[in-house]
Design a binder for this molecule. Structure first.
Ligand code: ATP
Length: 254
């Protein structure tokens, strides 16, 4: 951990051999007033979480489970953009350490050779016009050699894809350094305009059919890319253009 060269992202690391979920630890720290950039890392999670309360498979000794605590001075509606910044940072960090090229499945998954290698879960505590804190949880499958039956078709690890044992600390450091870089660009405009093309290049859904699952409705559409607010721009069957907010939406079809 001491090898992290970023200025604030992950400068302070709190490590747990085992914990229920690093997002819970980070939220606790957020409540206690811990600083922007503190990072909570676990070797194993007892109840790692995905979106909508789904579970995140978190065996010990093999992977990265970490949550970054942020106190961004932005409106709460912009918090989901932190997920997209982190997705870019993870893709960048993985490329730097392993040479592997990943893709982003909007808004919160990283895909390698068609399978999920990383999931991101952003949560926040906010008032109507003020963010108290945001936590950005990241699970990266590093050295798993097998997955439970139900995940075998859709999950993979860096080791399975590269044939090499991965140094988790090196990946953590690379992701933190990269996150900090993207965050600094984000801060200038408070949107993603500084790396929109870069993001869209990595977007696995781009120019593909997607199934949009919104609370209460479901429809097929053609994904064009994201806009500078991080919304996914799609064209529906009747030719309408829609911008989908990352909040609680899933897209299917990788
Ligand atoms: P979808 O892919 O359906 O849009 P999502 O992006 O919302 O879902 P998350 O909630 O982020 O998915 O992640 C939880 C889901 O990811 C689980 O339901 C399971 O299918 C899958 N999963 C759980 N653990 C892992 C893991 N270690 N690696 C890859 N996939 C996992």
């Amino acid at each position: 951990e001491s090898s992290i060269k970023s200025e604030w992202a992950g400068r302070r690391v709190v490590y747990f051999e085992e914990t229920d979920s690093t997002n819970l630890r980070a939220k606790e720290a957020g409540e206690k007033g811990e600083a922007h950039g503190s990072l909570y890392v676990a070797d194993c999670q007892i109840s790692g979480k995905g979106r909508r309360g789904r579970s995140w498979e978190s065996p010990s000794g093999t992977s990265i489970y970490m949550t970054l605590l942020l106190r961004p001075k932005i409106l709460p509606g912009k918090a989901p953009q932190m997920t997209l910044l982190m997705a870019l940072a993870v893709a960048d960090g993985i490329r730097e350490v392993t040479g592997l090229s990943t893709q982003i499945k909007w808004p919160n998954d990283i895909i390698l050779n068609g399978k999920k290698i990383c999931g991101i879960l952003t949560e926040m505590s906010a008032e109507i016009d003020y963010i108290n804190y945001v936590v950005v949880g990241v699970g990266i499958n590093c050295n798993q050699e097998t997955f439970p039956e139900e995940l075998r078709e859709k999950a993979t690890s860096l080791k399975l894809e590269s044939g090499q044992e991965i140094q988790r600390a090196a990946v953590i450091a690379a992701v933190m350094e990269s996150f900090e870089k993207y965050y600094q660009i984000f801060e200038k405009t408070e949107d993603l305009s500084g790396f929109l093309d870069e993001y869209n290049e990595l977007l696995v859904n781009r120019e593909r059919e997607v199934l949009v699952l919104e609370p209460g409705q479901e429809y097929e559409a053609y994904a064009l890319g994201i806009n500078s607010s991080g919304e996914l721009i799609v064209k529906t069957a009747d030719g309408q253009r829609r911008e989908i907010f990352a909040g609680e939406v899933s897209v299917r079809g990788v």
